[in-house]
Design a protein around this ligand. Sequence first.
Ligand code: SF4
Length: 328
Amino acid sequence: MAPLLLVEDLRTYYVGFGGTRVVKAVDGVSFSVEAGETFGLVGESGCGKTTTCHAIVRLLAPSARIVSGRIELEGEDLVPKSQGEMRRIRGRRIATILQDPMASLDPLFSIYDQVAEPAYYHQGLRGRSLRVRVKQLLDAVRIPSPELRMKDYPHQMSGGMRQRIVGAIAQAGGPRIIIADEPTTNLDVTIQLQYLNLLKDLQRATGVALIFVTHNLGIVAKMCDRVGVMYAGKIVEMQSVRGLFYRPRHPYTRALLDSIPKLGVREALCGIPGQPPDLADLPRGCSFHPRCPRAVDRCLDEEPKSHALNGDGSVRCWLPIGEPAANG
Ligand code: SF4
């Protein structure tokens, strides 16, 4: 059976300065998401996570182009769709939660108007049934006194409440999949935990699939079933969350895990040396080679292909940790 979402060899580039500067933000990304699953996309800032998500919902900046690849939602390719067709898909079949709720909420419209809109357009609800649905959605995201608060405006809500309202809006059209792009970045840590628990509860109640974008591996461990680790526009390792934490195969994944501070352990923090590469001027061979402690001559010349791991998942490395060296 086809997965709920299939992204195949997706390439999305930003083109600037009259075509002389091409930033390969997403460069051959492939993954799938099954119904009810949580798939994590993790990596440093600027590795292409957010552009991947924006390409899926076709909300790219004017300078960005999907150069090639397929994005199949329930077997239907979204890449050739017009923006008019995408407006009927966004909200109803696939929804997004962005990291800054103030950028998602319109300060001029009440909470009721903003939560009601997707239910009005995509579910066909009107009048009393629409009001009941808005109250249900606000209840589900634990907004106290929803009948009263639905008359309020975004500036009358706390940061945590605004982010929960964005979650209610994402649910309102009844989507099969929600892309949550660093939804807890602007929340303090205690509110973060509440929000993550809330998303899990909503997922259990509705069966919606989640793509969870984050650079926080603790959140990945809590939320995700499978994870793709992105570096320089590519997924360099994909595994179950358990496999990733217990048997990371790619040196970059290993380095990310080693850079997490450990409670109660007195040792120097272990950062990743160097900087992520300029996506408009990638190093030859493996993009990670200038920062990789395992790099060999081949890494400097030949770009590694993605190959399947024993068990599950894949890795893009000539010398994966704990695996035989890759051929071809
Ligand atoms: Fe390191 Fe080479 Fe693997 Fe790249 S291909 S991650 S440089 S060992």
